[in-house]
Design a protein around this ligand. Structure first.
Ligand SMILES: Nc1ncnc2c1ncn2[C@@H]1O[C@H](COP(=O)(O)OP(=O)(O)OP(=O)(O)O)[C@@H](O)[C@H]1O
Ligand SMILES: [Mg+2]
Length: 341
């Protein structure tokens, strides 16, 4: 997460459009607000629109506004959120849920900055907003399936921030747990609980968190409410978190195919090279460091921990072995060695 934090800091100072992706509950909205809070438009409006929550016509009016009489119930002119956000930031949440028609309207706005209200016969005012969009969907896949406009995708995706799943940054779990504890422990319903014991933290750190930070927050809340003493112990960790530990791996239904699985298959089955598959995607920030690490980890498992064999399995030339190791070292993509002894 240290990387992401730096990246947010850098990105916030620019005025570029940002697309935030990540699984549900990873903190995309938190990131969007940080981009705003650290940027030059701080102090100007930050207006969030959930593109999933509303039927198309209402979303259109929500974004662009409407004129009086344009539909039943439109008793007066109403400004849209884009207008309200003028000079500030518009946060388009769940952008992947927009219909194709809405995508077209949004694209037209992004190209011209002009707002056409529902029911108005000509375009109205121009506004100047920074757009930050977020989604948990795979927009590239949606493009391939004709569900998302490619031109809109490239417009929104000037800077891409990926928020990793919580299980890919377990090192953040203790601090997050403490943070949520701190926020709750002052409240009346919290009883007297103040801290979490080490073994309880360990259980939390080992769980796979399909619901990510939101799930962690809920679990802490439940533990705090039920706690009997000042210290929350391992026995107070909810059953599903403890149950997942014994098997070590997440239950089958929760294990989804990952990018790393796909890449590993392309390398091993289709005999493509690491340099033409994983490397360019990583350098263009299309995949995370942890995905690279997962690919390498799978290689190491099959090669019993021998990097030379991995290099060969990854279809590299003999002399590329050093370059491979340097790459992994430089970008911190080496899986922990303990796993392969
Ligand atoms: N770094 C963090 N520090 C504190 N709280 C966090 C952090 N990241 C996420 N949260 C909390 O976790 C919850 C989920 O975060 P958020 O709503 O930003 O996720 P999301 O990625 O937008 O999820 P969804 O895809 O379901 O909309 C929120 O309650 C948020 O406050
Ligand atoms: Mg969200």
């Amino acid at each position: 997460m240290a990387d992401l934090r730096q990246e947010i800091d850098r990105v916030a100072r620019t005025d570029a459009k940002v697309l935030i992706t990540g699984e549900s509950g990873t903190g995309k909205e938190v990131v969007a607000r940080q981009v705003y809070a650290l940027g030059n438009r701080f102090g100007r409006p930050f207006v969030a629109v959930n593109c999933a929550g509303l039927p198309e016509t209402l979303l259109e009016s929500e974004l662009f506004g409407h004129v009086r009489g344009s539909f039943t119930g439109a008793y007066r002119d109403k400004p849209g959120k884009l207008e309200v956000a003028d000079e500030g930031t518009i946060f388009l949440d769940e952008i992947g849920e927009m219909t194709l028609r809405m995508q077209g309207l949004l694209l037209r706005f992004l190209e011209t900055g002009e707002i056409q209200k529902v029911g108005a016969d000509r375009t109205g005012s121009r506004v100047d907003v920074r757009t930050v969009a977020a989604t948990n969907r795979d927009l590239r896949q949606m493009i391939a399936q004709g569900q998302f406009r490619e031109d809109l995708f490239y417009r929104l995706n000037v800077i891409h921030l990926m928020v990793p799943a919580l299980r890919e940054r377990r090192e953040d779990i203790p601090a997050l747990a403490e943070h949520f504890m701190g926020r709750l422990s002052g409240r009346a319903e919290a009883g007297g609980a103040r801290t979490i014991a080490r073994d309880a933290i360990d259980l939390l750190s080992n769980y796979h968190w399909p619901g990510n930070v939101r799930e962690l927050q809920n679990v802490i809340e439940r533990m705090v409410v039920r706690a009997r003493g000042e210290v929350i112990g391992a026995e107070e960790v909810p059953h599903e978190v403890r149950a997942a530990q014994k098997t070590g791996v997440p239950p089958q239904r929760e294990r989804r195919r990952t990018v790393a699985d796909d890449l590993y298959e392309r390398i091993t089955n289709e005999r493509q090279s690491f340099w033409t598959t994983v490397y360019p995607l990583f350098m263009q920030r299309e995949i995370t460091r942890s995905a690279v690490r997962d690919v390498v980890r799978r290689g190491l498992q099959d090669a019993r921990g021998n990097y030379k064999i991995v290099a060969r399995m990854f279809n590299m030339e003999g002399e590329d072995y050093k370059r491979f190791l340097n790459f992994l070292r430089k970008h911190h993509c080496q899986p922990s060695f303990k796993e392969f002894r």
